[in-house]
Design a binder for this molecule. Sequence first.
Ligand SMILES: [Zn+2]
Length: 312
Amino acid sequence: MGLSFYMMRYRITGIQKLQNQLFTDISVGLENGGLALLARKYGAICDRYLRMSRTVAWHELTVASRAALLNIEGWLHWLQGKDHRFVQLQRIFESQRVVLSPRFRKLPILLKIRPGEKLYHSIKLVGHFILVEISLLTFEWNVQYFEALARLLFQKLSRRKIPREILHQFYALQEEELSRSPRMAATVGSDPRLERLFDELNHAYFNGKLPKPRIKWSARVGRRQLGYYDQVKHEIGINPLLRHPEVPWYVLENVVYHEMLHIYYPPYIKNGRRVQHDRKFRALERQYVHFEKARRWIKHHFPQHLKRGWID
Ligand SMILES: [Zn+2]
């Protein structure tokens, strides 16, 4: 093919949607001549990856990788086709880079798709690059979602406090996308099981007097958070991770009970701060019969579930 690759390392993950070829990671080491040639030929995207070069010898590649390499030229064309999602994403992130603080503004952005089922994105500095990892799960979501994501991640990288509007907009778009996806619908949204649980706890602990909120599984819940009560919407959201069969029933009960307490014992303002979990709240919390057991389980097992991601 006229290019002298002598060392190269990359990985292609098979995904049917993308004709069984999804670019996840490429880092290439080339002779200088080859680098220049390739960069000229395939432009900025290629150039960016080439500069990230980390090298692995030819003989270290798997047979499949070697075979795929022989088709690298066609593959690079495919990769930078005008409508290719990857190129689109790159453009979106470039267009949002103005929010970056000056010290990061000039750095090249490297996008990587994180395979797997985790709804988790990240951003970090790697050498002189900004590495953005995007969850494969969201790969085909709306452009607006990625614009919001880019703003959010860039604020994060700049270590700025993320403005409320940016957060809200992002989560709203995320929920919208989640509700559209049939695969996610099974883990996010309303569920008679949660409704029943609310009724039972209401009966057992609150004389059935607590006004019933909307209650649902929600991916809006922060990664480390188990649930929330939104006073404005009168809505309880529960982390969908707690739906996993390995999570004991009393853990889920405990979390729902905790959020119910926020309805029963609303937060108040003291010295300009919002107080939610004061001593009285903590005492009420202990009235749940399996409180200690549930707490212990959460402490020891929940972090492992977190590693597996939100949706299981
Ligand atoms: Zn709470």
